[in-house]
Design a protein. Structure first.
Length: 255
């Protein structure tokens, strides 16, 4: 049984009455989940083990300056079990107001993010895929894992402000707490967001990436964007295959 804690529409967050690039009216929702604790504990233990030897979990020297383990479901089989759970996808689709499916490009389909105090937070960004679910696996310290901060306007307005005025002031951002036992479903492609800096404690967050089953072309993961994080040989074939799949859907729908 899930308990809804907070829900805001995309219009409420950005002030835009209509967004043709959105897949859903949802901005974000925060809820107490019922994912098995033993499953999440196993994922956390595996994530910590991976972080000891996987360079991308130790280094933030790449796109968005984020330490994270990409394709987490390949390294941690329990992540794959959760991301493909039909009942989970059905409930998330009901919450979003549109049918959702796991992201088809392996390297971009799941991440485990590592946040420590004193680190430069992830830069303001929009996600490539339409929807993400954020599931904190571990938090510590008085900040209890901090929060995701969401810019109060359209992504285009936020980028214009960054381009002309530099870094965005965090005052006025929507603050979405990240707590263990809770999760957040977020239309990250249409919300400009960042992470609240941690002054103490840490957070380890599982990120499960999804897209709209009916509108998979509403996707910002161009091949060029994927290559900011991933070697070309790890994404090119899947990306081309998916583009061909989307073209087939479009042709079938236009008849």
């Amino acid at each position: 049984m899930w308990t809804l804690l907070e829900r805001r529409s995309l219009t409420d967050v950005t002030g835009q009455a209509h967004d043709v690039q959105a897949v859903s009216p949802l901005g974000y929702a925060r809820y107490a989940h019922d994912y098995p604790q033993s499953l999440l504990d196993g994922i956390l233990a595996a994530a910590r083990a991976c972080a000891r030897h996987e360079w991308e979990a130790r280094s933030a020297d790449r796109h968005l300056k984020l330490r994270h383990l990409r394709a987490a479901h390949e390294a941690v089989p329990d992540v794959k079990k959760l991301m493909r759970d039909p009942s989970r996808l059905e409930r998330l689709g009901q919450l979003a107001g549109t049918e959702l499916e796991p992201y088809p490009i392996t390297r971009a389909a799941s991440h485990i993010n590592f946040y420590r105090p004193g680190e430069i937070p992830i830069e303001h960004h929009t996600d490539g895929a339409a929807m993400v679910e954020l599931i904190p696996l571990y938090t510590s310290g008085p900040a209890e894992g901090g929060a995701t901060l969401v810019y109060p306007g359209s992504p285009e307005d936020g980028r214009w402000e960054m381009r002309h005025q530099g870094a965005l002031p965090l005052h006025g951002h929507a603050r979405v707490p990240q707590r263990t036992g809770h999760a957040v479903l977020m239309q990250g492609r249409r919300l400009l967001h960042t992470a609240e800096p941690l002054t103490d404690g840490e957070r380890i967050t599982l990120v499960l990436v999804m897209r709209s089953t009916k509108e998979p072309w509403k996707d910002g993961n161009s091949l060029a964007r994927l290559l900011l994080d991933d070697p070309i040989d790890s994404v090119r074939d899947e990306w081309i295959e998916d583009q061909q799949y989307q073209a087939g859907l479009y042709r079938a729908g236009s008849r």
